[in-house]
Design a protein around this ligand. Sequence first.
Ligand code: ASP
Ligand code: MG
Length: 416
Amino acid sequence: MERTVLKFGGTSVADLERIHHVADIVAMRAQQTPRLAVIVSAMAGETNKLVTYAQKAGADQLSPSDYEDEYDVIVASGEQVTAGLLALALRQRGYKARSWLGWQLALQTNMAHGSARITGFEGDAFPDAVDSGEIAVIAGFQGVTGKNRISTLGRGGSDTSAVAVAAALSAKSCDIYTDVDGVYTTDPRIVTKARRIEKISYEEMLEMASLGAKVLQTRSVELAMNHKVPIRVLSSFKGLVDEDNSGTLVCDEDYIVEKQIVSGVAYSRDEAKVTLFGVADTPGMASRIFSLLAAAGVNVDMIVQANARGPALANMVFTCTSKHSTLAEDALNRARDEINFEALEVNTDVAKVSIIGVGMKSHTGVAETMFRALYEKGINIDVIATSEIKISILIEAAYTELAVRALHTAFGLDAA
Ligand code: ASP
Ligand code: MG
C-alpha cells in the first residue's frame, strides 16, 4: 500500500490564508494517493517568539539541566497549533483528517532536550490510521523522551520529523514543501545566475546543508541517506495546476546519470579562526588542546598545524562558528599555564566558501581550477580543507560574494 509523506515549513503555514492554500495542496495530493501523512512546522517566526518567552521566563538565568525540559514544552507548542488548524481546514474540505502530536505518535527520542535524536516509533495506531485513509497531520519538531517528557529535535527539526515518519511508513517519497522551488547551485541572492538542481545525491546535500545551504536540516539528510528515503524539495507558493513544480530530488548517487564535477557552491559567514601561536611541538599537544575544546563544547571544523619560527614550536589554527569561538577562547585562556602557548588570536572577520560535487572523486584538477579562479579575482586563501567530495577555503569575509560568484562561473554552473 503506497504511502506518501508531505512536509510544510514555517513560511508555508505562516497564516490562515497560507494554511488554506496548504490544505488545497494536500487535498490535491490526496486525490492521487489516498494514504497521506503531513508534517507541519510552526507558523514562521513563532518558534523564535516562544524561545524568547522561555528565556524571559527564567531560562536565561538557569543552567540547562534546570530549564531544558520546560523549554521544550514551550517551544514545541507552535507546531501543535498549525497541526490542529490544518486538520480543521482539511475537514472543512470534506476530508477525514486528524492531528497527531509527538507523544501520540510515540515518536521516541533520547534525553537531549533542545536537540533530541529520534530513537524509534512505538505502536501501530498511527500507521493504521494512515492506512484507513484518514489524513494524519503531524506536529513536526517534537517527540517524547523515555521519561515521558516532550522533547524537540533542534531548530529546523521538522524536516527530520518528516523523514523519520517517511522511513517508519516506508513511504515512497518525502516531499518537503518550502518557500523556494528547490535546491540551488548556490544562494540566488548572491548569484542571480544560480540554477535549480534537478537531482542531487544525499552526500552532496549533506555537505551543502552542513556548509551553509539552509534548505534542509542536516540531520534530516543524514536520516534520509541511512534509510534511503528520497526527498523532494519543492515550493508551496506555486499555483496548483499548470506550473512546473518538480523541485529538486535528493536521492542516491546511483540514480543520477549525469554527474557534475561540482554541483554547488556553499558559503558561511558565521565562522571564526582561532590561532594558538607558539605551542610546544611535542606528542600529545594536539590531543590536549582538542580534548579541552571538546570538553568546552566547541565544535571544531578545519584544523591546520604549522611550524612556528621558534625551535620546536608550532602554531595551531582551527575554525569553528563565531559563537563557539567565545567558548574556545575562554577554555584556552583558562588552560594557558597548562598548554603554555605564546599568544591566542581570534578572528571572526572570515568566511568559508566551499565547492561540492561527487564528480570530484574521479576528476583531477578541481583544486587547481578553484584556486586559479580565486587568484584571478585577487582573493587570498587562508586555510584550505578537503574531503572526497568538497574543497573548503577560509577567506576574508569581505570577499565572500566575489568568491562565490567566481567559483560559480569557473565550474560552469551559471544559468544560460
Ligand atoms: N519550528 C521549528 C523551528 O523554527 C522547527 C522547524 O520549523 O523545522 O526551528
Ligand atoms: Mg526549515
